[in-house]
Design a protein around this ligand. Structure first.
Ligand code: GDP
Ligand code: IMO
Ligand code: MG
Length: 425
């Protein structure tokens, strides 16, 4: 029995939802540990697509228990919509979903602050999902955020929301020229939310540690990706949490020695949504070509994703900061029709070669990728079920990715469906 962490090895949208769903077949518990409704995790079952934002992707298997850890920021409105959507799809949640009493809430003022801040930045904006993520985590580290446990005492809740709004309304009115938000509206929303989740609230750290002691199989589902990590990503063009393996401990209340496998999910190429550096980015025409082939449009915002070649500097950053123990390569099939495929092995900037992802944004933006060329395989891989049956050039490409990153590839995904996955021997 083991604890496995599923981590995005690039800028998010690597296909974590598909892989978590697949591995959930053999898991007892699936837990989210950071992020919030900025995530969009797609699971496709027999051609039917389900996108999850806040509830762990393991919920689609009836035998799993799912946990929203303390590191997650929860938007009550999005959460309740998601529960209703899942019920509509015939997914019974009942007592299978637990919510940490220490998780922080995203409330309407966070979304207003997120949008207003982005608008005020003009061309310097981050390109956030507009879901209030940054402002909610700012309240958390500012030490005045509202936590799930605060929902359980109405008088305390009312006082706390009044105090929080006294701060935020000043900013909304005087800096962003927005209307103030009424405390009573927020209190009502919170009380309604408290009513519907009361029975799901628990000390998730106690629950998860006990589950490990009992020999349960646990998956920790990361959101976003390593390059969006607030410490190790393309700062400031990042999210406000730690999607990396350390974040899995902080966001669940599990000690580092409890983690057994750290699985990095990476696309066979690279994408990102929003602003910021993407050193291997294609020109507009080729980007559009790959976007159409790969359906590269955001699962949360619908925005077109920017596309580029596989970047070993980026993935090696993920290997190092997460201590990845294996890789899953996704969306290999998207490259099926290309005559030539490139891999970035290092960057060149001002006559210097960078093998490790640089901290300086100026270098990240000006970095010229050093690319090596590989012949394409010009064969459809979507129906291939075994490693042996993959074309020679496909195996060479995958072997090279493994060689450059120094990590074994465990699975290769050749389509969105659960069954379009190859186990690497
Ligand atoms: P996540 O945020 O990491 O869970 O990824 P998203 O769900 O945002 O984006 C991944 C997209 O690629 C989704 O539309 C998936 O259905 C799709 N997908 C996942 N794996 C594959 C694959 O191997 N091939 C293809 N063609 N699509 C895939
Ligand atoms: P999943 O879990 C891709 C990006 C946004 C923006 C930056 C900050 O589906 O992989 P935020 O709203 O978090 O403050 O936005 O991070 N971003 C994602 N990009 N996949 C995601 O999640 C993302 N979540 C946030 O586009 O650039
Ligand atoms: Mg996504």
């Amino acid at each position: 029995m083991a604890v496995s962490v599923i981590i995005g090895g690039q800028w998010g949208d690597e296909g974590k939802g598909k892989i978590v769903d697949l591995l959930s077949q053999k898991a007892d518990i699936v837990a989210r540990y950071q992020g919030g409704p900025n995530a969009g995790h797609t699971v496709v079952i027999n051609g039917k697509e389900i996108i999850l934002h806040q509830i762990p992707s393991g919920i689609l298997w009836p035998h799993t228990n799912c946990v929203i850890g303390n590191g997650v920021v929860i938007d009550p409105r999005v959460f309740l919509e998601e529960v209703a959507f899942l019920k509509d799809q015939g997914v019974e949640i009942d007592d299978r979903l637990l919510i940490s009493d220490r998780a922080h809430l995203i409330l309407p003022y966070h979304r207003c602050l997120d949008t207003a801040s982005e608008e005020s930045q003009g061309s310097k904006k981050i390109g956030t999902t507009g879901r209030g993520i940054g402002p909610a985590y700012m309240d958390k580290v500012g030490r005045f955020g509202l936590r799930v446990c605060d929902l359980l005492d109405e008088q305390h809740l009312r006082t706390k929301i009044t105090d929080i709004l006294a701060r935020h309304n000043k900013v909304l009115e005087s800096i962003y020229n927005c209307h103030p938000i009424q405390a009573e509206d927020i209190v009502e929303q919170c009380l309604a939310f408290a009513q519907s989740i009361r029975d799901h609230i628990t000390d998730a750290s106690v629950y998860l540690n006990q589950a490990i002691n009992d020999g349960k199989e646990i998956l920790l589902e990361g959101a976003q990706g390593t390059m969006l990590d607030v410490d190790f990503g393309t700062y400031p063009f990042v999210t406000s949490s730690n999607p990396t393996a350390g974040g899995a401990c902080i966001g669940t209340g599990l000690g580092p020695n409890r983690l057994d496998h750290i699985i990095g999910i990476v696309k066979a190429y690279t994408t990102r949504v929003g602003m910021g550096p993407l050193p291997t980015e294609f020109d507009a025409k080729f980007s559009e070509h790959i976007r159409q082939l790969g359906g590269e449009f955001g699962a949360t915002t619908g925005r077109p994703r920017r596309c580029g070649w596989f970047d070993a500097v980026v993935v090696n950053n993920a290997v190092r900061v997460n201590g990845l123990t294996s890789l899953v390569i996704t969306k290999l099939d998207v490259l099926d029709t290309l005559e030539e495929i490139k891999i970035c092995t290092a960057y060149e900037y001002n006559g210097m070669v960078f093998e490790h992802y640089p901290a300086d944004l100026k270098v990240q933006l000006g970095a010229r990728p050093i690319l090596e060329k590989h012949p394409g395989w010009l064969t459809s891989t979507t129906d291939i079920k075994s490693w042996e049956n993959l074309p020679h050039n496909t195996k060479s490409y995958l072997n090279r990715l493994s060689e450059l990153t120094g990590v074994k590839i465990g699975l290769v995904s050749v389509g969105p469906d659960r069954n379009q996955t190859i186990v690497v021997p």
